[in-house]
Design a protein around this ligand. Structure first.
Ligand SMILES: *[C@@H]1O[C@H](CO)[C@@H](O)[C@H](O)[C@H]1NC(C)=O
Ligand SMILES: *[C@@H]1O[C@H](CO)[C@@H](O)[C@H](O)[C@H]1NC(C)=O
Ligand SMILES: *[C@@H]1O[C@H](CO)[C@@H](O)[C@H](O)[C@H]1NC(C)=O
Length: 436
């Protein structure tokens, strides 16, 4: 008797309490979000996993720093009760700048519906683009206070583009699409900032290890790495430059590039300027030239004359170390028995990418410049980009590892930490133990 009374009382209390709990949950507004990023051992691509669809499924994606938006394969295995294509001329289409409108004859199904607008999803590894339906579906991700992951939050109508199965070519095993973090209104950072009204900033910190995760933060700092180092507090800033011409594989006339360009003015090795054709370092009216940052290039790629000059200067500064036969794709390899080691990797000449003034530079130390290719061989991790590349310098993944980069849309600037190894931490040192 007494127990059933208690049971009834408990039920009515729960009934009274539950609406407040529910509204508290929905009104929880994170200040930042966090996403673990792994490094795939066979492709060296950086991968992240987002939960999408109803019911939620984990979707493995290749991280594309300059990518325009999230695209996933909708052709194979896309099942969701909350999938919704974007109707032509809707607010979603205009936010995405998707002006083309289409019919589809083998549907209806995800990726194939009538009266929907489409975009051009782009595999930036193979440089292949195709047309794909713009759509929305629910996406979930963990919030963070900057120290640990917190509770999971979801965005009910997250915009993405439907890619096709063939577009997954050369992406890491199990990957279903690409996570574009570029400068558009519908890239992941833009949509997260809009959904939760937080700062239009995000940061990326790639791990050099294939067994320990790096991290992407959406929103402002703190960005804390063990042992309690807030990396957001000590960044060097440089303006981000807009390339007025799209660098995507397929694009509409007039689209600017969604990639992040910075103004490298000169290159110094051991403090000495490398002689370069400076006009290659600026972006011309057709969108050629300049320096961009990319997570889909494994190593930094340089236009041939820049590459040759850099190699020559580097070899000259490392004259006391025997050069050995080159190992592709690299052009300058050395006997590593003769190279000492420091806190920031092999003891080799420092390479500075000089930015807006002589005292603002991106310093590349041994851990980011030298690649161990065999027991006793180490190569300068830069590759030749040929004589007429679209972009003169592409700073690639290897050079980004264990450096935190913060991108700020509002002020259009990049903040970079330089090697975290100096501070006795790494990008694999975020504490992923949840405190939710
Ligand atoms: C789209 O419309 C065409 C013509 O009205 C029709 O044949 C086709 O089946 C429709 N497709 C879908 C996916 O509804
Ligand atoms: C420098 O590069 C520009 C752009 O590619 C080219 O037009 C010019 O001929 C180059 N100058 C020299 C001296 O090589
Ligand atoms: C990581 O965070 C958890 C949860 O806050 C905490 O208990 C743990 O001590 C942290 N780990 C380290 C190494 O500080």
């Amino acid at each position: 008797m007494a127990s059933s009374f208690h049971f009834l009382l408990l039920c009515s209390l729960l009934f009274l309490i539950s609406p407040t709990i529910a509204s508290a949950t929905t009104s929880f507004r994170p200040k930042a979000l966090v996403l673990p990023v792994s490094k795939d051992a066979s492709t060296l691509q950086y991968l992240a996993r987002l939960n999408q669809r109803t019911p939620f499924v984990p979707v493995k994606l290749t991280v594309d720093l300059g990518g325009q938006f999230l695209w996933v394969d909708c052709e194979k295995g896309y099942a969701s009760s909350t999938y919704k294509p974007a109707r032509c001329r809707s607010a979603q289409c205009s936010l995405a700048k998707a002006s083309s409108c289409g019919e589809c004859y083998s549907g209806p199904k995800p990726g194939c519906n009538n009266d929907t607008c489409s975009l051009l999803p782009d595999n930036t590894v193979t440089r292949t683009g195709t047309s794909g339906e713009l759509a929305q579906d629910v996406l979930s991700i963990k919030s963070t206070n900057g120290f640990n992951p917190g509770r999971v939050v979801s965005v009910p109508k997250f915009l993405f583009t439907c890619g096709a199965t063939f577009l997954l070519e050369r992406l890491a095993s199990g990957v279903k699409g690409m996570a574009g973090l570029g400068r558009t209104r519908i890239s992941l950072p833009s949509q997260f900032s809009a959904a939760f009204s937080f700062h239009r900033k995000f940061a990326i910190c790639l791990s050099s290890s294939t067994s320990a995760n790096g991290v992407i933060f959406f929103g402002d700092g703190p960005y804390v790495m063990l042992p309690n180092i807030d990396v957001s507090k000590s960044l060097i800033y440089t303006p981000l430059i807009l390339n007025p011409v799209s660098t995507a594989s397929a694009y509409s006339q007039g689209d600017p590039s969604s990639e992040y360009f910075i103004g490298v003015k000169s290159i110094k090795i051991n403090g000495k300027a490398v002689p370069l054709n400076a006009s290659l370092l600026s972006i011309d009216k057709d969108g050629f030239g300049g320096t961009k940052i990319s997570t889909v290039n494994r190593y930094t790629v340089m236009e041939t004359t820049i590459y040759t000059a850099v190699i020559e200067a580097f070899v000259k500064q490392l004259a006391n170390v025997p050069r050995v036969a080159s190992v592709a794709p690299f052009g300058a390899c050395f006997s590593s028995k003769n190279i000492g080691s420091t806190r920031v990797g092999p003891a080799v000449p420092q390479i500075d990418l000089v930015l807006q003034s002589q005292n603002v530079y991106w310093a590349i130390f041994g851990a980011n410049s030298m690649v161990q290719v065999g027991n006793d061989v180490m190569c300068l991790g830069f590759v030749d980009g040929g004589s007429d590349p679209r972009t003169s310098i592409v700073i690639g993944g290897y050079q980004l590892e264990d450096n935190l980069l913060q991108f700020d849309f509002a002020t259009s600037r990049l903040g970079f930490s330089s090697s975290l190894l100096f501070r006795q931490t790494t990008c694999a040192n975020f504490n992923f133990t949840s405190n939710a």
